[in-house]
Design a protein around this ligand. Sequence first.
Ligand SMILES: Cc1ncc(COP(=O)(O)O)c(C=O)c1O
Length: 397
Amino acid sequence: MSINPRDYSYYKETFKGQTMPFAFVDLDLFDENVKQLALRAGDKQIRVASKSVRVSQLLKRVFDADPIYQGLMTFTAPEAVWLSQNGFDDLLMGYPIWHEQYINAVCEELKKGKTIVLMLDSVEHAEHIEEIGKKNDCIIPVCLDVDMSSDYPGIHFGVWRSSIFGKKDALKVAERIKECRHVKLDGIMGYEAQIAGLGDAVPGKAMMNGIIKILKKNSVKEIAKRREEIVLGIKEMGFNLRFVNGGGTGSMETTRQEEQVTEITVGSGFFTPTLFDDYSNFKHLPAAGYAIEVVRKPKPGTYTCCGGGYIASGEVGPAKQPKVYLPKGAKLTNQEGAGEVQTPVEYPGNLELGDPVFMRHSKAGELCERFNTVLLVSDGKIVDEIPTYRGEGKCFL
Ligand SMILES: Cc1ncc(COP(=O)(O)O)c(C=O)c1O
């Protein structure tokens, strides 16, 4: 079975007769990504970021593929509870939650013997969780989120998440946790977004790529030192950490070199959306996409399709638009981009009314918020149609 490259006629033939729009996952490419990501992790475990998949059957497929995949990083409490009730375990909440009702629901799962770890980065978080843990008569495992950004003159290279910037801040929160009877420190996480989520080989941006590479190189050294100091400091306090989590799809080569790190979080690499095409350290395969139908031909070389405008979250810019994937050479127009109901596509070749145009989203999991199901393809055939979170009636964020 050949897995590369895919061309227009391959998918057109595979999906012949299928109504559009539809989303699909090419299982041959997905499985290859699962394999390659496992190789990139070196001797670390991989925690799967559920937000970048949002299809529970595909999450299961990843765990079944290789024991290197252990545990999920989840994005909301209702999601973590739902996954827990559907057979998943070892769930690390990637982000803090606050509402008492959400923490109560987590306690219910903990009491059944499941592992759901809450994320925190402040004394206030710890005290709040302690209070709710006490009411529930429950010991709640938590993970300390450490800021992994680098500050350079005029540039905050990274994201704004945690209020823990260094060892002193970390130990202060850890001291408070030590006094808690209903909070247990289970792990430490640091997400170096500026390494993991920022491409440094973007075509046509040679100068920017060069600057990003230098910033990344400096930042990697700095954050490794920071993470080590914090982890060792916390261990010296007598905490027995179950895990130290770091990184993301784009940073595996550097995160895996840190001795203290036990696991790397990976999500986007499984589908490999367009924002993960342009890194110098890896190349994965475009495993997910969607098809829209040509319904008009306003002028020669322009084919207008129904729907297609699935713009990704974050800072607004052209990179957040979907890209025309196939046929090769087809592209969105600058003036309209991908539209809510109509998407004109410029293409020098010939397309007929009713033909598909295959698109790729710029982010991974967000595509699944637009479709109830994804069609699974292998070896030129549709082998299954399975629900996304949406299709299971779940809209978490
Ligand atoms: C806390 C955290 N860790 C890790 C990741 C990495 O995930 P991905 O592999 O999808 O880039 C993310 C993604 O945004 C994240 O928010």
